[in-house]
Design a binder for this molecule. Sequence first.
Ligand code: SF4
Length: 177
Amino acid sequence: MVWRRFATNLWRGPVTETAVPAPERTVAALAERLDAAAQTCLGRSLALRHLDAGSCNGCELELNALTNIVYDLERFGIRFVASPRHADVLLVTGPLSRNLHEAISRTWMATPDPKWVVAVGDCAVDFGVFKGSYAIGESPVPFDLTIRGCPPTPAQLLEGLLALLTANERTSQRALS
Ligand code: SF4
């Protein structure tokens, strides 16, 4: 019986959907520009800290994809760090559960300046599918950028970060002139 099932499964092959090919060139170009912008703004590579505020983990899967062998962002100097004390950018996912507001505030306070906070995914932007729930509330910290999507793709995440650094670079130049 077991052998028959084993043979059937071998014959049938995987039943998961075929993966959509990653836009490798687009992602590589975005990541290179992002790395260059980080060097200009910060004088070094970009450190990202993820902050889960009640997410379903869909957004996390896409954030994780940035570090897999397809996107491999570390080769461009963009990396995730374990502590907010080492971060430049906080990436907030999830519908901002009230019981995590204190954690959001404390993580924000622990992140050194200059820092940016990015709302990643529809839930963090405007509560998404959780809108109307008693358990969620407005973010206790200001967002510098919002990246929509449920979940956003890795390419959208990179585009958002690039827009953030480019805008900041323009503001700094205006302040200097
Ligand atoms: S935006 Fe979508 S994928 Fe992301 S946490 Fe909300 S429901 Fe999940």
